[in-house]
Write a protein that binds this ligand. Structure first.
Ligand code: C5P
Length: 223
């Protein structure tokens, strides 16, 4: 595909819809960078947990965020790993403890402001495919292309389950279902940066398509 001008492509949607795999694959196809904004929230959650910062204290979380450097480095297989103050935390941020506590960070308005500023700086410097919850609505309202990636709930739980199992984790389907229901609810209802389809985003239903097919669907919209 012919390399276009500066591109910002946003992929928002709920957990387990396949956004990150799709975004990674799409970025590779287009020869541009992939920005995993969920990893940023997860990295700060990890730091707050390690330092035992009171997760209910939004001011303390904002101070912590200001003293934190979250970046992405390319590793040998050309995938990007998130670093927290220089430490590769790509694996540590996927623990269930981090997953289940990220909402504290995600609902803190001042933390979100900072995260969005960091994301915008990356989007200004590079052409990106960025995935998250608020990328098309808050971080990049003028993105070149906006997509809202969704899939039915049972399918999303199944995908997350397979992902965790592949990472060698044992999971209880009913428990995971409950966790994801709660996470969805928190993502949709928080006061700042909630998960929301941008009015001008194209909805992509990935329930019945695999990654390659979904990426093809998206590429058709990108001229
Ligand atoms: O996408 P992922 O599941 O890794 O995101 C982890 C959590 O980070 C989400 O549940 C959501 O609460 C939060 N998040 C967010 N805004 C983003 C990306 C993720 O609030 N742009």
């Amino acid at each position: 595909m012919q390399r276009l001008k500066h591109l910002v492509i946003t992929l928002d949607g709920p957990a387990g819809a396949g956004k990150s795999t799709i975004a990674k694959c799409l970025a590779k196809r287009l020869g541009i960078s992939y920005l995993d904004t969920g990893a940023m929230y997860r990295a700060l959650t990890l730091k707050a947990l390690r330092l035992k910062v009171n997760l209910e204290d939004e001011e303390a979380l904002a101070v912590l965020a200001q003293k934190t450097v979250i970046a992405f480095t390319e590793v040998s297989d050309s995938s990007l790993h998130v670093t927290l103050d220089g430490e590769d935390v790509a694996e540590a941020i996927r623990s269930s403890e981090v997953t289940n506590n990220t909402f504290y960070i995600a609902r803190a308005g001042k933390v979100r402001e900072l995260m969005v500023r960091w994301q915008q700086a990356i989007g200004q410097a590079h052409s990106i495919v960025t995935d998250g919850r608020d990328q098309g609505t808050v971080a990049f309202p003028k993105a070149t292309y906006k997509f809202y990636v969704d899939a039915n709930f049972e399918e999303r739980v199944g995908r997350r389950m397979r992902e965790l199992e592949e990472a060698g984790k044992t999971v209880d389907f009913e428990e995971l279902k409950k966790d994801m229901q709660e996470r969805d609810h928190k993502d949709f209802t928080r006061a700042v940066g909630p998960l929301k389809k941008a009015d001008d985003a194209i909805t992509i239903d990935s329930t019945y398509t695999n990654v390659e097919q979904t990426v093809e669907m998206i590429i058709k919209y990108i001229k």
